[in-house]
Write a protein that binds this ligand. Structure first.
Ligand code: GLY
Length: 293
């Protein structure tokens, strides 16, 4: 059965924007992009697109990637300023260049060449939020906001597609890139195994190549739920070893049968939106502590 899932409570907006396209029979990646773009356009979401909270010098710097599960075509952009629809830009990288990832000024130049509008991404509310949350001293990146939107879709033809887009860690160092634009870390999609996305502290997700890890667990026969739990257990054991537990990360997965799974590290309070028909549901993900319980 066709399905759309998206991270966090604001994922409900993404799912609602995506569902009409899914019903029209559009390909999974187009459906996922429409959902992600609805969040990029929402100024009340301070961790994605327009209205995102700035980095340590107050500049909004965006990361995104896309992946098509049928072809394994993919694209990403990182540390992009002044472009609102970075997920669409990542799709353009996939479609119009021989590359997978463009960063910074190169990505912005490509965007302008492709006809994307230059935009101011700060809003009065996001500037106020930046001042309010500005670390006093010795900022710990794990304490700052990092609520990526990842949208995973199973389309009417049984193909999977995914999109991940974020303004990343608030108050991050200029030039910092998280997991979200990195294929395999923030997102991985393969029709022969499943689709997975991550949210939370990018530095920890990158360390285990989190989304690829989840997809490979599904390839090995685990359900999406078991695969996400396996990834959280791996991440937790590494976080304990490194003295950074709990790392605050969550994984979301969808397979070609339409089965959904999600799991999070403790104290993440991760919720995700899911729709397989007309109804949109908000679901609380299972949290696993350092003992894997
Ligand atoms: N997961 C988003 C980030 O760390 O940038």
């Amino acid at each position: 059965m066709p399905a759309v899932v998206a991270t966090w409570p604001f994922g409900q907006t993404a799912v609602r924007a995506a569902m009409p396209l899914l019903r029209q029979g559009r390909p999974a990646l187009d459906v996922a992009l429409a959902g992600a773009q609805a969040i990029e356009d929402d100024p009340t979401v301070h961790s994605v697109g327009y209205g995102g909270v700035g980095n340590s010098i107050g500049t909004v710097s965006l990361d995104a990637c896309v992946m098509d599960g049928r072809t394994l075509n993919c694209g990403g952009v990182a540390a992009v300023e002044n472009i609102r629809h970075v997920a669409a830009l990542a799709k353009r990288v996939m479609e119009r260049t021989p590359h997978v990832l463009l960063v910074g000024e190169g990505a912005r130049l490509f965007a302008v060449q492709q006809g994307f509008a230059l935009d101011t991404l700060l809003t009065p509310e996001s500037v106020a939020e930046w001042y309010k949350t500005r670390p006093k001293a010795n900022p710990n990146p794990r304490d700052q906001g990092h609520d990526t939107v990842t949208v995973l879709v199973l389309d009417q033809k049984g193909s999977l597609g995914g999109v991940c887009t974020t303004s990343g860690l608030a108050h991050k160092l200029p030039g910092r890139v998280g997991d979200s634009p990195l294929i395999g870390s923030g997102l991985y999609v393969d029709d022969t195994a499943g689709a997975a996305g991550a949210t939370g502290v990018g530095e920890e997700i990158i360390r285990i190549n989190g989304s690829f890890f989840v997809v490979e667990q599904m390839r090995a026969g685990r359900t999406p739920q078991e695969a996400c739990e396996a990834a959280v257990r791996r991440l937790n054991s590494l976080a304990v070893r490194r003295g950074v537990h709990p790392a605050r990360v969550a994984f979301l997965a969808l397979d070609v049968k339409g089965r959904v799974g999600a799991a999070a590290t403790s104290r993440t309070n991760f919720q995700y939106a899911v729709s397989k028909g007309n109804k949109v549901e908000l679901v609380q993900a299972r949290e696993l502590d350092a003992e894997g319980k």
